[in-house]
Design a protein around this ligand. Structure first.
Ligand SMILES: [Zn+2]
Length: 428
């Protein structure tokens, strides 16, 4: 039988938006929170055989962070000797890479991630390995390869090559092909379908009828649909087709955003990736990042405007970072950077940013109402910090101020020496 876990003392930030307050005890039984507030009389702290106590005196307790946009099976890290291109990359290697990356994520205080796209069904495998207790890792809510048509993001090869099996895009040029792919991915255990329009929104590549067909098939099979959409046309089409969330939406006009507000789905702006590219480009030179820095800067500014507009229109924003999508977006480092951007540029208070990354983000992992708040009956994912994130939202970044991480009612081992898979290759 597992012990009752009691987190005593500390200042509670419960994820609901209520002001921080001194707390006596959080009592956890199994993977759920039993009580928050005064220690219940039936919990005997001196019975150390059945009760474990954490003293969080002088520290801050909040729900585990959720990253609504994190990739784990491609991009970071680039490993010397890893098979790449021409189909030589192998799913078995990719699975181990994903397993390595999710450990970093969990140890940085991120207890859940939504994974909008990866290689083969590797993330499905890693998700299940965590769920079944083979390894430690965050809760994962995963998509498979992104459904794209000719010219969309991730359709990188000429038409006579199509999208090879090791691509994270899956080429489907008709609604019928898309529906078949939804069925295939459903059979292989994904939680949601990721569609992806053009890379930077310059033109609309997916027709509204195609998005509608995917949504109908996915919803019938209890899968959600998220879409990469920077453009105005694709954002409006996605809103009208009732996708479950829209990623980016930077080029959406006010009228398109009104359509999103009316349809009621959240947007995951994902400004972190752009901020990282711009910072890195200034440091090491645009050519080396291999991305158009000025365009990235423009996208970033548009997203900051979007954050302000969304509030006025009542569109909920979720917190995602695109961690892991590239060689310079390491796992564990960036998951809370988006909160800093929300506060610095989006007009959010630190408390509002925390609510977005916890209670609201639970939607992106299919656990709304169950996760992201510290209250009786909720899933017991929480972190204890030695600095106050309300006073300085950046203390959430990189896991450097973590004292404890608890996921599913269990204390996470934060010692990196105990990781099962490590990346030991020296930087060259
Ligand atoms: Zn992404």
């Amino acid at each position: 039988m597992s012990k009752t876990l009691v987190v005593r003392n500390g200042t509670l930030i419960d994820g609901s938006g209520r002001p921080s307050l001194r707390n006596d005890a959080i009592v956890i039984e199994g993977n759920r929170i039993k009580s928050v507030g005064a220690l219940p009389p039936d919990v005997a702290l001196e019975d150390r055989r059945s009760v474990e106590v954490i003293d969080a005196g002088g520290q801050w307790i909040m729900p585990g962070l959720i990253d609504a946009h994190c990739h784990v099976s491609y991009g970071y890290p680039v490993i010397k000797g890893e098979g790449k291109g021409r189909g030589t990359t192998r799913p078995e290697f990719s699975t181990l890479k994903s397993a390595r990356n999710v450990q970093k994520v969990l140890r940085s205080g991120v207890t859940s991630i939504s994974v909008p796209g990866g290689t083969w069904f590797t993330d499905v495998g890693v998700r299940d390995a965590i769920k079944l207790g083979l390894m430690a890792g965050p809760r994962m809510y995963v998509a498979g390869r992104m459904i794209v048509s000719y010219g969309c993001i991730e359709d990188d090869e000429p038409s006579w090559e199509g999208t090879p099996d090791h691509s994270v895009g899956k080429l489907c040029n008709t609604a019928d092909e898309m529906v078949t792919e939804v069925r295939r991915q459903s059979k292989h255990g994904v939680n949601f379908i990721k569609m992806a329009d053009s890379r930077s929104g310059e033109s609309q590549m997916l027709a509204k009828e195609e998005i509608t067909a995917v949504v109908a098939e996915a919803h019938r099979r209890n899968l959600r649909v998220g879409i990469h959409s920077r453009g105005a046309g694709s954002t409006r089409a996605a809103a009208e087709a009732r996708v479950d969330w829209i990623i980016h939406a930077d080029l959406a006009t006010d009228r398109d955003l009104e359509a999103v507000a009316k349809a009621g789905m959240p947007i995951i702006p994902t400004a972190t990736f752009l901020a990282v590219v711009v910072e890195l480009g200034q440091k090491i030179g645009a050519e080396q990042v291999q991305l158009d820095i000025n365009r990235m800067k423009r996208h970033f500014e548009l997203l900051c405007e979007l954050m302000q507009k969304a509030r006025k229109l009542g569109i909920k924003l979720l917190v995602g970072t695109d961690t892991g999508n590239n060689s310079f977006t390491p796992h564990g480092d960036l998951h809370a950077k988006e909160l800093e951007i929300f506060v610095k540029y989006g007009g959010y208070t630190p408390m509002e940013a925390i609510v977005a990354a916890t209670r609201d983000n639970a939607y992106a992992v299919g656990l709304e109402g169950q996760l992201g708040e510290l209250a009786p009956g909720k899933l017991a994912d929480l972190i204890v910090l030695n600095k106050d994130p309300i006073a300085d939202i950046t203390v959430l970044q990189g896991g450097t101020h973590l004292s404890w991480v608890i996921k599913d009612g269990k204390i996470v081992d934060l010692d990196p020496r105990n990781e099962v898979l490590t990346f030991q290759q020296a930087a060259e």
